[in-house]
Design a protein around this ligand. Structure first.
Ligand code: FES
Length: 72
């Protein structure tokens, strides 16, 4: 599925960029060209980023668990 029409970037390319370490919209823009033209696709790129970066959620969950344990 095409995410960015302007630069013909599909969702697989965005996911590959995230897998390679891109963790912000700016990083994905630099590596794929998505959202580098009209910007209308930014919300789609962000959605792919949020859905395809489970390690960020895991890390936050770990930090939350640590904070809870430290308070006891
Ligand atoms: S659709 Fe992505 S920059 Fe225009």
């Amino acid at each position: 599925m095409i995410v960015c029409v302007c630069n013909n970037v599909n969702v697989e390319k965005v996911k590959a960029s995230i897998d390679a370490g891109a963790d912000t919209l700016e990083a994905i823009r630099e590596t794929t060209g998505a959202a580098a033209c009209c910007g209308k696709c930014q919300f789609k790129v962000n959605r792919v980023l949020q859905q395809h970066a489970p390690q960020l959620d895991d890390q936050n969950g770990y930090l939350v668990a640590q904070t809870v344990n430290a308070s006891h």
